[in-house]
Design a protein around this ligand. Structure first.
Ligand code: HAM
Length: 435
């Protein structure tokens, strides 16, 4: 029987991947950028478990959201408690924040995460049932400058990965009072056309009318054209927050596009919401998105602190980079590749290789072939820079052949000088390459 990976999942492989974004080396590169960006902006990593109690997401993300109503991987554990594989990172972080009493340790908490998420979505390009997100949550500062920092951080990842044609969409969903008034106006406006709306929008009419705004249905879009505008229903605090943020972004020369249809699919947002989209991603154009949440922590019984954060999809980021031919660092390769030609040589090569490895020099040893041609083929396949060949002839005179695979030059080196020589060559190489 042949086992197959469940639909919507993928492996990340060292080589042989169907798509280049599934290569582990590319993931390592992105991970290194992410940890560095987070560090440069003063964010600290938090890791939460892969599953949580189901109520956490129902309460946090919202019962009527697509994530909770359609997409959760929920199961009963052996004690019949309902558990859910994490579909998003914000609610678990709020739980961990409260449970570990982090608010007692300072006023502002700048947290980040890099984690797999699980959503029972309809799989297609850019949409998977397990995807990975880099996200941040800044908790404890209500100011618009904090929004700007979080947005700038998100964009910095795209800058450092050389992404082009990224548009920052921004909107406000106001505070609870603004939304209450706007929802009422929207429902009054839509009521006469209710039966002409798409089925999804009809379902959302009572429970979550704001989500009708981001409907992709053409009829819905047409009906909404003359509908009310959230800006007319904002409380003065919400209006000030948004206009101050836009002005601040202007001063920082961060360009954005106001998108009044942007409401986001999670129910916890207040005021600022934003999304980075790429025209190179096709239907799943959202590279990352987030927003401010004022009541999430207090709804969970925690302190009355406001937060702002985002999550960015790593698969989509890698896919866009590859599509745009963004540079990736050169692949890892052995600096030296040992080819022992008999058992005695193998033991000596193994010792030398270990010494070099302990010096953190990438080293490979051919433990199987014991043939020069085969060994050289393997070395070339791996992109090795140098080869050490050791056989009976060399052992007799206590020397080894050191071959430079780039310029094909070869010299005979005393075995007891070999490690030092390679170490020096590696230092020079590192200096040249800035490894
Ligand atoms: P989200 O918009 O649901 O936000 O997801 C964030 C990003 O994850 C999306 O922009 C997209 O790049 C990626 N993504 C989402 N679903 C999938 C999928 N099925 N396959 C591949 N990529 C996907 C959140 O999850 C919020 N927790 C973000 C946030 C943090 N808001 C405030 N703080």
């Amino acid at each position: 029987m042949q086992y197959q990976i469940p639909k919507g999942l993928f492996d990340i492989l060292p080589y042989g991947a169907e798509n280049p974004w599934q290569l582990s080396e590319k993931w390592h590169y992105i991970e290194s950028i992410i940890h560095k960006v987070a560090l440069d902006y003063g964010y600290k990593e938090i890791r939460t478990p892969i599953f949580e109690r189901t109520e956490l997401f129902i309460r946090g993300v919202g019962e009527t959201s697509d994530i909770v109503s359609k997409e959760m991987y929920t199961f009963l554990d052996k004690a019949e408690r309902s558990m859910t594989l994490r579909p998003e990172g914000t609610a678990p972080i709020m739980r961990a924040f409260i449970e570990n009493n982090l608010s007692s340790l300072g006023k502002l908490h700048k947290l980040y995460y890099f984690e797999p998420m699980f959503r029972y979505d309809r799989p297609q390009a850019g949409r998977y049932r397990q995807h990975h997100q880099f996200g941040v949550e800044a908790i404890g500062n209500t100011s618009f400058e904090q929004d700007a920092e979080v947005i700038d951080l998100m964009l910095e990842v795209y800058r450092r990965t050389n992404l082009k044609n990224i548009t920052l969409l921004i909107n406000t969903v106001g505070d609870a009072e603004s939304r209450k008034n706007f929802k009422r106006a929207l429902q009054e406006f839509l009521q006469p056309s209710l039966l002409n709306l798409s089925k999804d929008s009809q379902e959302r009419f009572d429970k979550n009318p704001l989500r009708i705004l981001d409907s992709k249905d053409e009829k819905d879009i047409e009906i909404l054209k003359t509908g009310p505008n959230i800006f007319d229903y904002l409380t003065s605090r919400s209006k000030n927050h948004f206009t101050s943020l836009l002005k601040f972004l202007d001063n920082l020369k961060i360009s954005y596009k106001i998108d009044q249809k942007l409401v986001r699919g999670l129910d916890y947002y207040d005021n600022t919401v934003f999304e980075a989209v790429s025209s190179d991603l096709g239907a799943q154009s959202s590279l990352g998105g987030g927003g401010r949440y004022d009541k999430l922590l207090s709804n969970f019984g925690g302190p009355d602190l406001s937060g702002i954060g985002f999550g960015m999809g790593i698969e989509r980021l890698l896919q866009t980079m590859i599509k745009q031919n963004s540079p990736f660092p050169s692949e890892s390769f052995p600096f030296v590749y040992f080819i022992p030609l008999d058992e005695t040589a193998k033991e000596i090569c193994f010792k030398l290789a270990s010494e070099l490895r302990h010096m953190q020099i990438p080293t490979e040893i051919d433990l199987t072939s014991q043939k020069i041609q085969k060994g050289l083929q393997n070395a070339n396949k791996l992109g090795a820079l140098n080869c050490v060949i050791l056989g009976e002839e060399e052992l007799k005179i206590n020397k080894a052949q050191l071959k430079n695979l780039a310029n094909r030059s070869q010299e005979e080196i005393d075995l007891d000088k070999l490690v030092e020589l390679i170490q020096n060559q590696y230092q020079n190489f590192k200096g040249l390459k800035h490894v």
